[in-house]
Design a protein. Structure first.
Length: 277
């Protein structure tokens, strides 16, 4: 079984030390094979915030894949924003803004959906859509296939439609046909799992809340997602049987921070069955 920990919208500069320490403890307990950071790693893209974020990631004890969010481009330094928008990010998290992680069980593809000329709204281009599709089409049936963006590719509430990733319709249609199982995102600090309808094959959008920041929404505490791929204990019998038959059992766990106990606790478990031939 492979374990993936999705962390989003840490917004270093607004991090809460007790929540941060609880997340380090959760990672030590769950021992993920990969940590995914789906953007807005910092609050104001300051060098000190990137350094603090990287020090935190190094404590998690696992390989990581990161993509930038809109907050990871300097907002008020217009010269840097227009001429070297990712200089501070790449100095700490590496020059590859669209990294790929591949193992026998996982294929995780990062997509940079930020744009220097936009502070908030994200975009995925045709070139990016087909780059991802080409990688997905080469995946093996044993791999869980994940695409990581920052802005949401689908929303569960009408009032969030303004935050949708520009180009999301085309991206989901092409990525689904190419074999994507889940699209991971953040940006709106609202965790949910959404089965997207009307696509060539089954695909889910998985959104993470804000992991350690004080910038939580009233209805959503600090939270992270854990994905388990393979033989997953605790999946209902009928789902586990189908999943085992197709080699495709996946559980999505949402873990919320419990202030009273100062720990992350499992808040929900959602079994999904990625489609395999």
């Amino acid at each position: 079984m492979s374990v993936l920990l999705q962390i989003s919208d840490t917004h270093f500069g607004t991090e809460q030390p007790p929540v941060l320490e609880a997340l380090v403890a959760l990672a030590a307990q769950q021992r993920p094979d990969l940590v995914v950071l789906s953007g807005d790693i910092t609050q104001r893209a300051r060098p000190s915030q990137f350094r603090a974020a990287k020090a935190f990631v190094d404590r998690l004890g696992a390989p990581f894949l990161a993509v930038p969010g809109n907050h990871d481009i300097a907002l008020f330094d217009l010269w840097s924003r227009l001429t070297r928008p990712y200089a501070r990010y790449t100095k700490v998290f590496g020059t590859n803004l669209e990294p790929v992680y591949a193992s026998p069980d996982l294929l995780v593809i990062g997509v940079n959906t930020t744009r220097a000329w936009r502070h908030k709204n994200g975009e995925v281009s045709t070139r990016q859509i087909y780059r991802v599709a080409n990688l997905l089409s080469a995946a093996s049936p044993q791999q869980l296939r994940l695409v990581v963006v920052h802005q949401p590719a689908a929303v569960a509430q009408l009032e969030e439609r303004a935050n949708l990733l520009r180009g999301h319709d085309a991206a989901l249609r092409v990525w689904s046909a190419a074999g994507a199982d889940l699209v991971l995102g953040g940006h709106i600090h609202l965790p949910y799992t959404l089965a997207v309808q009307g696509l060539p094959r089954r695909l889910w959008v998985l959104q993470a809340g804000t992991a350690v920041s004080s910038r939580t929404r009233p209805e959503a505490p600090n939270s992270v997602n854990i994905l388990r791929w393979g033989e997953v204990p605790g999946v209902p019998g009928d789902l586990a049987q189908v999943g085992a038959k197709n080699g495709a059992s996946c559980c999505i766990e949402r873990w919320d921070f419990a202030p009273h106990d100062q720990v992350f606790v499992r808040a929900s478990v959602t079994p999904v069955l990625p489609e395999r031939a």
